[in-house]
Each structure stands twice: as structure tokens, then as C-alpha cells.
Design a protein around this ligand. Sequence first.
Ligand code: PMP
Ligand code: GLU
Length: 384
Amino acid sequence: MALSLSLAARVTELKPSATVEMTERLRAARAAGRRILSLSSGDPNIETDERIIDAAERAMRAGDTHYGPAAGMPALREAIVERERRSSGALYKESDILITPGGKFALLAALMGTVSPGDEVIVPEPGWVSYGPCVKLCGGTPVIVPMLDRIDRAVIERAITPRTKAIIVNSPVNPSGRVLPQDEIDTVLELAERHNLAVVFDQVYSDLLHEGDFAYPQATEMGRARTFVVDSFSKTFGMTGWRLGYLATPTGMAKTIQRFIQHSIYCVPGFIQAAGLEALGLYDELVPVYRERFRARQLRVAASLDRIDGIECSAPRASFYLFPRVAIDDSALASAWLDKLDVSSLPGSAFGAAGAGHLRLSVSSSDADIDEALERIARFGCGL
Ligand code: PMP
Ligand code: GLU
């Protein structure tokens, strides 16, 4: 009898991505002719600016179609040094920056570089669906800590053990859009210092800050010395499909983590990086316009949902997400909206138990689709 082949537990035991699977579901339903209005997508409806596309094309035509430096193109790494200097104030060297295919791979590279098998990593909840799985891919154990409304020092401290190696911090938060205030970032850094932890800071929505200040853990020398910054061009420039992001590491560490890149993807395509360099040059012109568009929608949708019985909604200070509290089971409500209204959303519990009782809504569809979705929701409400 032939022996049957089995797959590794590394993949068989990995939970599928709820966000990616929802997008796949919509893709399949639309291909089958069903019209679904999306309030679930983490993909901003921004078409990549023509000049960015032209830069990629120019690079390809000029022959940038070969392997390039594993750490990334020097000019782009320099531009990211400058970007960080302007935004967080952190003074990096080009040698501290690794260019990655998206923020997701920057996260994986940071964890691959810091987490050994058996190590524990503090993971925020509600939190983006890929944190726990990326920790597991590195052989680590995610330790889930609730952080819906605030980062509580005592709650984190209770979760820290001698095996804790790192803490993942995300601001603005996916799914809630919450921006972590300075005192919470300080708490994380104090705990990291006391327990010798790496801080993996995911700032992929930081360019979509609508109000107030933004606190960066890498802004101080002490913070920069233990923070791995994960960032991306995806949300800022509507470049999700280009797969372009970066990891900024504490001084001297990128060189060693680069080995993971050498042995996996080798490098991000040069013409994609050329597009990224062009995008950064257009930042001041493009990003305020995108930001404004999302903010107007966020405020409009929040006000309209808040009028519905059983839904409490206010706009967060950043991102294109809303995270309303709902009076019935969030999974049941998301399913009812999808099945009965053809409106997609994500249940807050997809982002962990601490997200239950909320929906994650995204205002990244067209105004017309959003308005139509709101009309349908206003008629149906919570189905209460
Ligand atoms: N972090 C968060 C919080 C996200 O929501 C995403 C969504 N895609 C990412 C990182 C990674 O994005 P990308 O790989 O497209 O840069
Ligand atoms: N991050 C986005 C989201 O949360 C895109 C999908 C993903 O990468 O998880 O919807």
C-alpha cells in the first residue's frame, strides 16, 4: 500500500487569515455575478498614481529586471531614513533599513530575527489576524493580551514570563483605528527595558492619522535600540498589490536579519522599489488628499451608523476603519448583512475574543457603494 503524504503541522495547524479569506469569498461571489458592497476590505480604493507606475516602467525598460541588493536599493533605503527622520524623528542609517515585500514580510522578518523556538511573544487583542500566525511560523508562542481600550501595564506584566522575547505593538490599531497615546508607548518601552524585550512596532496606518499627535517608540534613543519598525507602502499610497514595505531595525541588526531575506525572497524587484522611491517623492502632494478622502467618509459613515438602534459608532483618530459596538453577536450580524443585504463586514471577534461585540468596517469602497450599503443597513439595522 502506498504511503500517503502529509503536510507539516506548521501549515495544517495555522489558522487561515480571516481578512484574506473574506476578500477571496467576495472575489468568488462577484465572479459568479453577485453584487456585494464591501465594508470589509483592508485594501484602500486608491489607484496608484500614474507617475509611480511610470517610474516602475522606466526602471524595467532601463534593465532593472535582475536580482538586486538583498537589503534593498540604496536610494530607497536612504529615502526611508529621511522619511523616518521627518515622521518619527528617529535617526537611522541606511544600513538599518531592509526593504521587504510588504509590511507582512517585514513583520515576519522582525520575528524571524528575534524569536527562537519556545520563545513567547505578547500579541495585542483585538489585533491584526497575522500576528499570532507569524509568531508561530517562527516557532514562538503568541501570548494574547487584551488591549481594546488601553494598554494596561499590570495586564501586560502578568503575561510576561522568563520566556517572553518580544511584544508586538500596533498603532493605529487594525481593527479599531485607535492611536496609542504617548503614555501607553512609554509603558511598553519601560516594560521592554525592564524585561529585555524587543518591541515590534507596526505603523502601517500611521500616515493615515487624521487628528492629534502620534507617538513612535523609536523616537527616543532608548526606544530605537529595542524597536523593530514595520511599515508599508500599501495603505499610504494605495499600493497593496505592489508588495512593498520596510523593516527598520536597532543599529547593526539589519545586516544579520538580511540573511533571512537572502535565503527566502533574495530581494524585492528593483522596479517595484523604483516605484516606491517615486511614491515617497510625491508624499506631500498625494497623501493629504487620500487622508482627507478617508476622513470625510469615516465621519459620514460613523454618524449614520450611530443613529441606528443597537449600534454605537464614533470615528477613530486614524485609518480607514470603524469599529462600532453592536448589540447582538458580531458574527451573526456580519453574516446577516452579507446574506440578506449583500454587504460585507468583518466580525470583531475575527481579530480575537477581545474584539467580540464589534464589527470592523472599512470605508475603502467608493462613495456610491458606501452610500448604498448605508441605506441597506439603515433599513435592516441590527435585525433587533
Ligand atoms: N499590519 C497591519 C496592521 C495590517 O493591517 C496590514 C494589512 N495588510 C499589514 C501590516 C501588512 O500589509 P502589507 O503586507 O500589505 O504591507
Ligand atoms: N491588512 C488588511 C486587513 O486587515 C488586508 C488583509 C491582510 O493582509 O490581512 O484587512
